[in-house]
Ligand binder design. Structure first.
Ligand SMILES: Nc1nc2c(c(=O)[nH]1)N[C@H]1C(S)=C(S)[C@@H](COP(=O)(O)OP(=O)(O)OC[C@H]3O[C@@H](n4cnc5c(N)ncnc54)[C@H](O)[C@@H]3O)O[C@H]1N2
Ligand code: MOO
Length: 406
């Protein structure tokens, strides 16, 4: 299809763009794995299901600081204390007709079937312990295997490892985990107007914000970033830059994807691969490109900073995670009453930078796709569907940034 024919097509719905990207991701999975220490595994993707190699807890233990006794044999009399059991110590079997001082997490002695917390007991002058409240069998006892049994699958392949998952792996004694290798992503910015922060601005120039935003975000997603800097608005040097990227899994560029005349990235990509210009029914973020450069997938995000943010968060992030075998790549979202009126129906699905205040979602006053400050103010994006005109109090879908940024 020629570029002109591509441009004449109707806008592609967001769902279709996501479906296409996920299908492309499934055709290019990153399957190599490596073993990493738990300390290095944050943000990575589990390569295989994790199977428990021990029971959790490995033995019955006490849930309270108190006294362990054998309720089945007890007649209600005060009991002599015959041992003290601390967490980390192996107990002796319980002497019949006695109790054991026990602390939270300590193994229950053989023969005990009940623990009473110390607050409900009284230590008599002769050292015996009187139980002040009615007791029940197994009370305050955490049975062996209560949480997990040997051989049980506790996490499936494709699980993203965050603090909770790493904590669970640690409880089962795993020192290392087998994870998918990190995707290598080359980040390119295009545009002669761009200057790196810290340097002086010349006439007509602006600071490159997309690069910092994407590099940090990709690192959070567990990617290894090849920071390829700013592409010059020059075909030969663009070719050289692409040729020097090395072995990467994805080339991610921003800018130069609309209908501008200085689209040297597009030219260079078409020479050495192919490139499709998608026009999405999304705002911000309408023009998005997908293609290949010498077989390496390329995603070109629109250059406006809020457009980069939305198309990365809603489309590129799921694409990358799916390449790593993550099944559920949809961010959690919830319905909130609108704290704004949206009187003019749009032809594109809008993702307004918004925050929740007093149970209603409020939108930043300037929703221009060039305004990144809108997102820095916001806690997430609120979705306004094509053709819809939500009013104050109507239910709208809110996607928190916390769901997208990790
Ligand atoms: N005639 C048309 N013009 C435009 C269309 C269209 O359909 N027809 N689409 C508009 C939409 S929507 C968007 S979004 C932008 C996308 O433009 P590009 O992706 O080609 O990006 P640029 O033109 O290079 O830049 C757009 C804007 O963003 C600034 N920018 C670019 N890169 C960065 C960066 N790394 N850091 C900070 N800011 C950046 C750039 O200076 C421009 O202001 O096209 C519309 N035009
Ligand atoms: O859709 Mo573009 O991303 O707004 O300006």
């Amino acid at each position: 299809m020629t570029a002109v024919a591509e441009l004449a097509r109707p806008l592609m719905p967001v769902e279709e763009a996501l479906e296409r990207l996920l299908a492309l991701a499934e055709k290019a999975p990153i399957t190599e794995t490596e073993h990493v220490a738990l300390a290095e595994a944050e943000g990575r993707v589990l390569a295989h299901e994790l199977v428990a190699g021990l029971d959790l807890p490995p033995w019955p233990n006490s849930a309270m600081d108190g006294y362990a006794l054998c309720l089945a044999d007890w007649q209600g009399e005060p009991l002599r204390v015959t041992q003290r059991i601390f967490a980390g110590h192996a107990p002796q079997p319980l002497e019949p007709g006695t109790c054991a001082r026990i602390f939270t997490g300590a193994p229950l002695p053989e023969g005990a079937d009940c623990v009473e917390m110390q607050e409900n007991t009284e230590v008599l002058a002769d050292g015996r312990v009187r139980f002040l409240e009615p007791l029940a069998l197994s009370q305050n006892v955490r049975p062996k295997g209560q949480e997990t049994r040997v051989g049980e699958s506790v996490m499936s392949a494709g699980t993203r490892l965050g603090p909770i998952q790493l904590g669970l792996a640690a409880t089962l004694g795993f020192g290392t985990l087998e994870v998918r290798r990190q995707p290598r992503v080359a980040v390119l910015s295009t545009g002669d107007e761009l200057v790196e922060p810290g340097l002086p601005l010349g006439p007509g120039q602006i600071y490159n914000s997309n690069r910092r935003l994407l590099v940090s975000w990709l690192q959070r997603l567990g990617c290894r970033v090849v920071d390829a800097g700013i592409l010059p608005d020059d075909l030969e040097r663009t070719r050289q830059c692409l040729g020097g990227l090395g072995d990467v899994d994805l080339i991610l560029s921003t800018g130069g994807v609309s209908v501008g005349e200085a689209d040297f990235l597009g030219l260079a990509l078409r020479e050495a691969g192919e490139l499709a210009l998608w026009k999405l029914a999304i705002k911000p973020g309408k023009p998005l490109t997908f293609g290949h450069y010498q077989g390496v997938p390329v995603i070109g995000l629109p250059g406006n900073p809020a457009s980069t943010l939305v198309t990365f968060g809603l489309l590129t992030r799921p694409y990358l995670l799916r390449r790593l075998g993550v099944g559920n790549v949809a961010p959690l979202s919830f319905s909130v009453p609108a704290g704004f009126d949206w009187p003019k129906a749009g032809t594109r699905r809008e993702y307004l930078r918004a925050r929740i205040e007093e149970g209603r979602v409020r939108i930043y006053k300037n929703q221009s796709s060039g305004v990144l400050r809108s997102a820095a103010w916001a806690d997430g994006v609120v979705e306004v569907l094509e053709g819809s005109t939500p009013r104050q109090g109507d239910a709208v879908r809110f996607i928190p940034f916390s769901e997208l940024l990790g």
